[in-house]
Write a new protein. Structure first.
Length: 206
């Protein structure tokens, strides 16, 4: 008999140096859905006396740790090797990624300035990644204006694949070159690319 899939055993985006906000959102929701968040947040404290309640708490903490670790890229696991509980893990990652230290600002800003479209990335995914970097910088007190964000995304598109799109975008009146307008154009470009690819594949079969 086939087992029903667990709706909470979804593939979660792994934590890296630039997506802490999104990682925290998805992991927190997953922990809450599994009723493990009180253990991770510290709302539920491990019982001092040995017994069934302590055993039950330990089992929930182990389950929470088992959920957290697979959501980390390998480089992030180095930070939590010495953590004994899920709360220690979560707090350690929070202290590293959500502070406003100069190092963290520089690292996130460098990720924004050096961003380039990845080979397997859609234009909408690239847009979302840059938007996330901008939000993270804003949390640290570094404000990137909309015009700069738009310019970064468009300039990150390689000419050999998206030169026509970039020329088309240049023709858009400057006051209309907003993030909302850019997202709309990128969605259309992704769709046209997908259709062209499908037609090419169908044509190659004959």
């Amino acid at each position: 008999m086939a087992h029903k899939s667990d709706p909470f055993r979804m593939k979660l985006t792994k934590l890296n140096d630039s997506n802490y906000r999104y990682w925290k959102l998805q992991v927190t929701l997953s922990l809450q859905a599994k009723k493990l968040w009180p253990v991770v947040s510290g709302e539920s404290v491990r019982p001092v006396e040995a017994g069934d309640e302590q055993i039950a708490w330990d089992e929930k903490d182990l389950e929470a740790r088992a959920l957290l670790v697979p959501t980390l890229e390998q480089s992030q696991t180095y930070h939590i090797y010495n953590c004994q509980t899920s709360k220690e893990m979560f707090d350690k990652l929070k202290s590293i990624h959500s502070d406003s230290s100069t190092l963290n600002k520089q690292r996130t800003l460098a990720s924004f300035l050096n961003f380039q479209l990845k080979e397997d990335q859609t234009l909408v995914q690239a847009y979302a990644e840059v938007e996330e970097l901008v939000k993270s910088l804003a949390d640290m007190g570094v404000n990137i204006d909309e015009s700069t964000s738009v310019t970064k995304i468009v300039s990150a598109l390689p000419d050999d694949r998206h030169l026509a799109f970039k020329k088309s975008w240049d023709s858009v009146p400057e006051d209309k070159q907003t993030m909302t307008m850019l997202l709309s154009r990128l969605k259309k470009e992704d769709l046209e690319t997908k259709i062209a690819s499908r037609r090419w594949q169908e044509g190659s079969l004959f």
